[in-house]
Write a protein that binds this ligand. Structure first.
Ligand code: FEO
Length: 403
């Protein structure tokens, strides 16, 4: 039946693929859509794990009703109150006004803050290790604060060893046909999964690492996140990726070059650095114009690669406006474990290169390689050698780390 896809005999995926929303959190583009996953456990008591975003709730409610097949809905667990999961709860409450809402001590206040109303006595407060007995299925709960909000928790089905992990282990991208990791070509999903991680929970690496450590004691047969693929074959792979990303360890040797350029002069400098990096033997060089590529994609690439080169023209004594949000996010997220090269252009008092240097000085764990190169106007013959020097020093650092 279209409404539900069996995860196990008793557990169904009742999520919704959203290919209409242009931007996640109203700022990150969704070229491949996003899935709001929700799950229905059919037992003596029925239970839904997490709702969906309100824009998708008409289809969602249809799925819940069809999935229940005439039964009442007894419980809905709210692992996380961010509205991409909780706003559809309002529609659940319209159809099932007596449903018990399950969350932790922080959950109810947040739901109330979003005007999600139901009687206080219908809220079931759970704490770490509590059991919710559905009959055959016994659910327990573990708190994973800041993955991705303070109230975030996971639900673990002790009967079938299923981890309902909410944002953790999730990814962007609608589920196009396959919903399990072993049904799809993962190469298609990994970039969007990395972009999701880096931009959504990238700031909370320490908390993600703690959560992975806490959950490592569980026997897990399935990871059912609230976005992206369900993991049943290669659970170690997704845990390993998340662990790498949480520690801000690069996956590969390559270099991201990102620049802001009004009239093409800073862009010329990026091309020179890129060409020399390649000449030095670095095969993965990605050059991005910050005015064209949304910064969420560039952040994801920076998460992937060890080398980073940032260039900016001066703009009103500061960094170019399209580079600033990128620097802000990397600073806010505490980027580390990267080599950084700096370049840019100016005409009178500068500001682009100075701003990038200030950004680098504010971050621990970033090593600035080579002298920053700032040229007046357009790069001249004598500037080429300085720019190539950035590339050579960066390449030497990367090559020295090859096994
Ligand atoms: Fe998917 Fe933090 O919400």
């Amino acid at each position: 039946m279209y409404c539900c896809t069996k995860v196990t005999d008793d557990v169904s995926w009742i999520g919704v693929n959203d290919r209409k929303t242009e931007r996640f959190e109203n700022y990150m583009p969704l070229p491949y859509g996003v899935a709001y996953n929700s799950y229905l456990i059919s037992d003596e008591k029925t239970c839904v794990i997490d709702a969906v975003e309100f824009g998708s709730s008409a289809l969602y409610i249809e799925k819940v009703i069809l999935g229940l097949d005439g039964k009442n809905l007894d419980y809905i667990v709210i692992n996380h109150v961010e509205p991409d999961h909780s706003s559809g709860l309002k529609d659940i409450l319209r159809v099932f006004p007596n449903v018990k809402v399950v969350g932790n001590a922080k959950t109810l206040g947040m739901l109330r803050a979003f005007n999600i109303e139901f009687p206080d006595e219908n809220f079931v407060t759970v704490k770490e290790g509590d059991i919710l007995d559905l009959g055959k299925h016994k659910l327990t709960f573990a708190m994973i604060p800041m993955v991705h909000w303070p109230e975030s928790m996971v639900t673990y089905d002790t009967t079938e060893k299923i981890l309902f992990s909410n944002d953790a282990f999730g990814g962007f991208g609608a589920l196009d046909g396959g919903i399990f990791d072993d049904e799809v070509n993962f190469d298609f999903y990994i970039d969007e999964m990395r972009r999701y991680y880096a931009n959504i929970v990238g700031k909370y690496g320490a908390q993600v690492t703690s959560a992975i450590k806490k959950l490592s004691g569980l026997e897990i047969k399935l990871i059912c996140p609230s976005h992206g693929l369900i993991w049943r074959k290669d659970i170690a792979k997704v845990v390993s990726l998340y662990s790498t990303w949480a520690q801000l360890l690069p996956e590969e040797e390559g270099v991201v070059i990102v620049y802001g350029s009004m009239y093409g002069n800073t862009a010329k400098m990026a091309e020179i650095i890129g060409r020399e990096l390649n000449a030095q033997g670095i095969k993965e060089v990605k050059i991005y114009d910050a005015s064209k590529t949304d910064h969420s994609f560039i952040v994801a690439e920076i998460w992937k690669y060890k080398g980073l080169v940032i260039g900016s023209c001066a703009h009103n004594n500061s960094v170019y406006p399209k580079v600033q949000p990128l620097l802000h996010k990397l600073e806010n997220y505490g980027l580390k474990n990267r080599y950084l090269g700096i370049f840019g252009t100016m005409m009178w008092s500068g500001g682009g290169v100075r701003g990038i240097e200030a950004f680098a000085n504010g971050l621990k764990g970033i090593e600035v390689i080579a002298e920053p190169v700032e040229v007046k106007g357009t790069p001249k013959v004598e500037d080429v050698a300085k720019l190539e020097n950035i590339a050579r020093e960066l390449a030497a650092k990367l090559i020295a780390e090859r096994n």
